[in-house]
Design a protein around this ligand. Structure first.
Ligand code: DLZ
Length: 512
């Protein structure tokens, strides 16, 4: 029986479930389609990364003697959508069945459900077992209550995988979580390791020209594209991380520095999410660095937790809460996303840095995403739909399964606490402690009111006042309200007045 194996752009693994039992006569279908690049206007670099990785992956399959039907966006045979690509391929190859791995997004999974009926061919959708936790196991490990606890889920994942567990079933280093050691700001003279650069080859150069021609009006820049697009280069990047950046990754995980977008971060998320790296091998490489005495426990535990804790948890929440998760708006936030999210033109240096680095690299690290950009959106009550779309568009690792719970649950607390136990709100003081941004800012982080005051300060206290009842009822945030109550009434009134003026101005001009 010949089967058509439909491999999507974020399934670029040789051992993806849809390719496992390839037989003679089977054809692998892959398609660059306009609909996927434009249903939201993805960052140019994100499209280039995915198309180039897809083309390299297809070429590797072909080199191994596998028949690949690859549709290029600008090819003679082309299709506007996944459904169209499949319909045309069925006519060309006449297979007896279609096999694919479960798509990562609800929207695409819904699409696949119409295929069997529409085309009269059996469509087998297999689990995506690149994830370590199946949908069924997630309910077992994370619980079924309204609020889910990532920390207990993570511990159970540690026990299941055995990562960083000693022979007696206890966590290595005596603790499950070493986050308390991972909140240092950067010392002035610490050397930042130099990243490997992957020069664009012919395939990547062709893709870069295509993206510039077709999507040149999308957000972001293609300049200096140097990210891995093959499995071999992705493995080299992982190895570089384990050797050069991992040892200090934990300690400085939350630190930020002007014009240093990557610091000690792995920058592996896009490679994992599109399939070039397997999450298990990334954990195992990090654990090996620990065993060899090359990286300390706080770094390796922090890295492993991001993958088997945070990443798996996010994915579990997405499928548990869909459909409807994207519409959650518990804090009734309704302000439009300011224009400066697309231009970086704002006097707030931390925001300008994070947005400009995002435009340049289709990447910002997790503290920039959570405590600068996300914190601003939370405090300024930006509409969760608009924030979701921005995060999905601008980050090269963003697929809806990871972007949506991150934004709805963690960044904006728009699900009212399904995902996170508290809103991640902070004043300028936090940003000042963790970065050198404030020293170069036109606003003064020490001031709370007046023209020169850091907007994060008055927006923060205005947020606390607006959501006082909710925050007072939560043991993790009740201190914020107690502190607000200790402030002089006139000071609170002045801060709230400045916040109102700032937010009005934001809607009017978008140029703060
Ligand atoms: C994000 C994206 C883009 C820009 N383009 C394609 C494409 O042309 N072909 C493809 O197979 N996948 C693409 N993707 C990823 C999909 O939009 C989608 O996020 C995943 O298939 C997950 O369901």
């Amino acid at each position: 029986m010949t089967r058509l194996r439909f491999v999507l752009g974020d399934q670029l693994s040789r051992d993806i479930s849809s390719l496992r039992d390839l037989g003679p006569g089977d054809v692998v279908l892959m398609a660059e389609v306009d609909e996927e690049a434009t249903y939201v206007r993805h960052h140019q670099r994100k499209i280039a990364f995915l198309f180039s990785a897809m083309r390299h992956f297809a070429a590797e399959l072909e080199a191994d003697g596998i028949t690949v039907d690859y549709l290029r966006l600008d090819g003679e045979r082309r299709a506007g959508s996944f459904t169209q690509a499949l319909e045309d391929a069925l006519k060309r190859h006449g297979p007896q069945a279609v096999v694919l791995t479960e798509p990562g997004e609800w929207r695409v999974l819904e699409m696949t459900k119409s295929w069997e009926g529409a085309f009269g061919v059996p469509v087998e959708v297999r689990p995506d077992d690149r994830f370590l936790c199946s949908h069924e196991d997630f309910a077992r490990l994370a619980g079924t209550g309204r609020t889910l606890l990532m920390e207990s889920f993570y511990r159970r994942m540690r026990e299941r995988t055995g990562y960083l567990m000693d022979a007696d079933g206890r966590p290595e280093g005596g603790r499950w979580n070493h986050d308390a050691d991972n909140r240092e700001s950067l010392p002035k003279r610490i050397p930042i390791p130099v990243r490997p650069v992957v020069e664009p080859d012919r395939t990547t150069s062709e893709v870069l020209s295509l993206v510039a021609a077709r999507f040149g009006n999308h957000f972001g820049s293609l300049k200096g594209f140097d990210y891995p697009v093959t499995r071999a280069d992705a493995l080299r990047y992982l190895d570089w991380f384990a050797q050069k950046a991992l040892p200090r990754f934990g300690t400085y995980e939350d630190a930020m520095r002007q014009s240093e977008p990557l610091l000690f971060h792995s920058h592996l998320s896009a490679l994992i999410n599109c399939g070039l790296l397997n999450p298990r091998e990334c954990c195992e490489r990090a654990v090996a660095a620990y065993r060899q005495g090359h990286a300390p426990i706080n770094a390796v535990e922090g890295f492993v937790r991001q993958i088997i804790g945070w990443r798996e948890f996010v994915r579990g929440v997405y499928w548990r809460e869909m459909p409807g998760y994207g519409a959650r708006n518990e804090l009734a936030a309704d302000r439009p996303l300011p224009d400066f999210f697309w231009t970086g033109e704002t006097g707030m240096n931390c925001m300008a840095q994070a947005i400009r680095e995002t435009a340049a690299n289709a990447y910002a690290h997790h503290i920039q995403r959570l405590m600068v950009l996300g914190n601003f959106c939370l405090l300024a009550a930006i509409d969760p739909r608009e924030v979701q779309e921005w995060y999905l568009v601008v980050y090269h690792d963003a697929f809806e399964w990871v972007e949506m719970p991150n934004v709805v649950g963690m960044v904006l607390y728009a699900d009212g606490g399904v995902f996170a136990t508290k809103p991640y709100a902070a004043s300028g003081n936090y940003i000042n402690r963790m970065s050198d941004y404030c020293r170069r800012c036109r606003y003064d982080v020490k001031q709370h009111t007046g023209e020169d005051a850091c907007p994060f300060n008055y927006l923060y206290w205005d947020f606390v006042a607006r959501h006082e009842a909710r925050l007072a009822a939560n043991r993790r945030t009740d201190r914020m309200v107690a502190t607000l109550h200790r402030m002089a009434e006139e000071k609170v009134a002045a801060m709230r007045g400045d916040a109102a003026a700032f937010l009005d101005g934001l809607e009017a001009s978008g140029t703060y």
